[in-house]
Write a protein that binds this ligand. Structure first.
Ligand SMILES: O=P(O)(O)O[C@@H]1C[C@H](O)[C@@H](CO)O1
Ligand SMILES: Nc1nc2[nH]cnc2c(=O)[nH]1
Length: 321
């Protein structure tokens, strides 16, 4: 048999090179060789040495939502490759850099590119930037994502304020807090019934009215599956039955990590596709459509999130000791 030529996989039809070199998966330790608190302090100190910005609010940009960071004034970009201990982004629509700067005078850091379980990273590593943000002084996390809509009232392009989540991967024991607990980050058994800040959700609905986008702003329950495949019809029907309004492949573990270290959280899903609930349905979910809807909504998302940042920051100054 002739030797396999890696350049002609796919019958030689697809010669597009991968976006980045694929990361090595730590199979020897099954991804469980965690970074210590001290290691993450080193990462945070590296970032503090590279920027004078001291962010109060952190924003994670979802797939195709990187434009959220484009409003940041004096944005200083630090590619993930340069940051000690950081993973790298491998997904189209995720630039792979931190942007430090100001949104309406509020110091922020945005992740243009997040890490997903399906890329081969264990959940704790997907969430490492959240802990680094905490060490940088970030008090509030805005986690955005692209998601498929299950609620029949949702339309493509709607924005869903996340009211709550269902940690499906956690049901199977896959949790970012699995393993030894370092109390310097947070308690062994963190509560999760107030995961998504109630006041922030109220503020977001008011801001939606101010911007006259209330008709596209919804509220609902998000769940994360491991991906990378989109769901089967039976899976979607099951998720609907248990009360899920939108499904994606991120956010839940980031929010758990953020709440564990006592950050305030706001979650926002952009509904990029309608999840298919019948075998007669012709259309199939695809990542291109997800990115297209992100582009379509980028102006509205930018305005909405910029205003939220100011309002959320005011609640922080009000609550500060
Ligand atoms: O990073 P997010 O959760 O926004 O990305 C979603 C889930 C998959 O990564 C991708 C599928 O199109 O979009
Ligand atoms: N799991 C999942 N993630 C998504 N991200 C964007 N759309 C979808 C979807 O339909 N399912």
């Amino acid at each position: 048999m002739a030797p396999i030529n890696a350049d002609v996989v796919n019958g030689g039809k697809d010669s597009t090179p991968p976006k980045t070199t694929l990361p090595e998966v730590d199979t020897e330790t099954n991804g469980n060789k965690r970074y210590s608190y001290e290691t993450l302090v080193e990462t945070a100190n590296f970032l503090l040495s590279r920027t004078a910005v001291r962010p109060l609010i952190g924003v994670i940009c979802g797939s195709g939502m990187g434009a959220l960071a484009e409003n940041i004034i004096d944005g200083q970009c630090i590619p993930y490759e340069e940051i000690p201990n950081f993973p790298t982004s491998t997904v189209e629509g995720h630039h792979g850099r931190l942007v430090f700067g100001h949104l309406n005078d509020i110091p922020v850091v945005a992740m243009q590119g997040r890490f997903h379980y399906y890329e081969g990273y264990p959940l704790w590593k997907c969430c490492l930037p959240v802990r680094v943000m905490k060490l940088l002084g970030v008090r509030t996390l805005i986690a955005t994502n692209a998601a498929g809509g299950l609620n029949p009232n949702f339309k493509i392009g709607d924005l869903m304020i996340v009211k709550d989540h269902i940690n499906m991967m956690g049901f199977a024991g896959n949790n970012p807090l699995h393993g030894p607990n370092d109390e310097r980050f947070g308690p062994r058994f963190p509560p999760m019934n107030k995961a998504y800040n109630y006041e922030f959700r109220k503020i977001a609905k008011e801001v939606a009215k101010e911007l006259n986008i209330q008709d596209i702003v919804r509220e609902g329950v998000y769940t994360c599956l491991g991906g990378p495949n989109f769901e089967t019809v039976a899976e979607i029907n099951m998720l609907k039955m248990v009360g899920v309004d939108a499904v994606g492949m991120s956010t839940v573990h980031e929010v758990i990590t953020a709440r564990h270290c006592d950050m305030n959280v706001f979650g926002l899903s952009l509904i990029t596709n309608e999840c298919v609930t019948s075998y007669e349905h012709e259309a199939e979910a695809n990542h291109e459509e997800v990115l297209d809807v992100g582009r379509m909504r980028q102006d509205i998302l930018r305005k909405f999130v910029s205003k939220l940042v100011v309002k959320f920051a005011h609640t922080l100054t009000r609550d500060s000791p």
